[in-house]
Design a protein around this ligand. Structure first.
Ligand code: HEC
Length: 158
């Protein structure tokens, strides 16, 4: 009985350590959110609208050009993300950025209520333009194979 208790306690400790370690660095975004596509096509008008929203709602933290160097940036830990970081941003899908803007993560506020869906998708376009990196392909869907589509046979070895 004692051993069982010990095992349980140890298990709990490891679990919480693991949880703490995994909580921060990666922003967990559900797969189905990652797969969402931006319904708004890039255009001068959309980018212009997004720039205005960004200047009002985001620039105090993320900086005018998205570098994470806004006037309030130093008050926060973790600091605002550098949205011009190509290697980082090129790993994120449009749906992922949209989710991050929608939900926020402390200290970043949620913009679900403050901005319309259209405004948030426009911001995705703008955030993309900061890094100039193309969106990565969305993660594979759960559905295995598309019916009627055959995978090429591996070349037969002689
Ligand atoms: C109060 C300061 C603050 C405001 C305002 C703010 N952000 Fe953030 N933002 C942050 C912080 C801090 C992070 C990093 C959070 C983390 O990693 O846990 C972040 C992260 C992000 C990320 C994720 C980037 C990544 O590295 O995965 C995106 C995208 C983003 N912000 C966009 C925006 C947009 C667009 C707005 C305006 C609508 C905005 N933020 C407003 C502080 C802010």
């Amino acid at each position: 009985m004692r051993k069982l208790l010990l095992a349980c306690t140890l298990g709990l400790i490891f679990l919480s350590i693991g949880f703490a370690a995994f909580q921060k660095p990666n922003w967990t975004v559900p797969d189905e959110e990652k797969q969402r596509k931006n319904p708004i096509a890039p255009s001068e008008a959309a980018l212009g609208a997004a720039k205005q929203v960004f200047a009002e709602q985001c620039a105090n933290c993320h900086g005018d050009s998205g570098k994470g160097d806004g006037p309030d940036a130093m008050m926060y830990d973790p600091g605002p993300a550098d949205l011009t970081d190509v290697s980082h941003m090129s790993k994120m899908t449009d749906g992922e950025i949209y989710y991050q803007i929608t939900e926020g993560r402390k200290p970043m506020p949620s913009f679900k209520k403050r901005l319309s869906e259209e405004q948030r998708w426009q911001l995705v376009l703008l955030v993309r333009s900061f890094a100039g990196a193309p969106a990565p392909p969305p993660p594979p869907t759960k559905k295995p194979d598309v019916p009627g589509e055959k995978k090429p046979e591996p070349p037969a070895k002689p």
